[in-house]
Ligand binder design. Structure first.
Ligand SMILES: [Zn+2]
Length: 321
């Protein structure tokens, strides 16, 4: 998978933060430990001296040095150090630098390749503005409760909103479980606070667990970035970044400030997604008719290939309070 330059830069910064944090923590632990166990300094000096003697002996000509004796002294010092730490009631690696990733020591590189921790970080960052948000972590299928939807049956359909949402929940679970990058697209429509974003993020969470990459952004911030790039000469565009993912989620379509640019950009985006066979979830507070009014008939006719889920009922966020 490819990531944009911005995502790589963010990952580099995060790795640097992790390294520095680990080193700071190790420094603090060391100072505190030395204060209580000053003999550590003596032992470490012995280790250092043994190492120095080996180095010197390599340069010294004609003098025979017993390297194995020095090595033995060094090993004994190492053992003494370990015992001192354990005797003080700490795990034996307590004074090692506590890197998040022991494999690459938070450098992100292992044997000349990107370490797994680096790849995971890139993936996490490509989720965009939502990465690290508590909302993302809390939005799973398990935390989606249909009991907040009315169980009063609609006489026309014979279904209650609760029946309908229960069905949608089961369908989306299935979608996330069986997802492939060629899966179909969805349009989630309905008022604020009806769980549209929650269900889309539940799909996102499950897909990320399954190793797929998902792009999430609100239409507003996505369009703002696209507009900014129109005048820049950045080699990597947000649109490229978006299409490098297996699923694209665009939230709050129609809430953004409408301009000729945003209308054309939305048109193009949806068109490109359909042409490339990319799976999308588009979320909007607007109905299909209102969307047509705003973006024109072309966008709406493109949404024909999307499966529509209409969220109905009262604002759940109000009911939960
Ligand atoms: Zn690593």
């Amino acid at each position: 998978m490819k990531f944009s330059e911005i995502i790589y830069q963010k990952a580099e910064m995060e790795l640097k933060n992790r390294r520095e944090q680990a080193e700071r923590l190790a420094d603090m632990r060391r100072k505190e430990f030395l204060g209580k166990n000053p003999e550590l300094a003596t032992i470490e000096n012995e280790m250092k001296n043994a190492a120095l003697e080996v180095i010197r002996s390599v340069g010294a000509k004609g003098k025979s040095v017993d390297v194995s004796a020095i090595a033995k002294r060094n090993l004994e010092a190492q053992q003494a150090r370990k015992e001192l730490i354990v005797a003080a009631g700490y795990p034996e690696d307590y004074l090692d630098i506590p890197y998040s990733c022991k494999l690459c020591k938070d450098s992100g590189i292992l044997n000349g390749k990107l370490c797994e921790c680096h790849l995971a970080l890139l993936q996490q960052l490509s989720v965009g503005e939502l990465a690290c948000s508590p909302m993302l972590a809390g939005s799973t299928f398990n935390t989606f409760d249909v009991k907040y939807y009315s169980d009063i049956k609609d006489p026309r359909t014979g279904y209650s909103p609760r029946d309908y949402m229960g069905g949608c929940l089961a369908m989306l679970k299935d979608y996330a479980e069986c997802f492939t990058p060629r899966s179909n697209s969805f349009f989630f429509s309905g008022g604020t606070g009806l769980g549209k974003t929650h269900l889309a993020l539940a799909v996102l969470n499950r897909l990320t667990q399954r190793g797929y990459s998902v792009y999430y952004s609100s239409a507003g911030s996505l369009l703002k970035q696209m507009e900014k790039e129109r005048f820049g000469r950045s080699a990597d565009t947000v649109e490229e970044e978006l299409f490098n993912n297996d699923l694209i989620i665009i939230d709050d379509l129609g809430a953004e400030f409408s301009t000729a640019f945003s209308q054309a950009a939305v048109n193009e985006l949806i068109n490109n997604a359909i042409l490339s066979g990319k799976a999308m979830i588009i979320i909007s507070n607007l109905s299909v008719d209102e969307l047509e009014e705003r973006y024109g008939q072309r966008v709406v006719s493109r949404l024909n290939s999307f499966e529509v889920i209409t969220f109905e009922g009262e604002d759940i966020r109000q009911l939960k309070k």
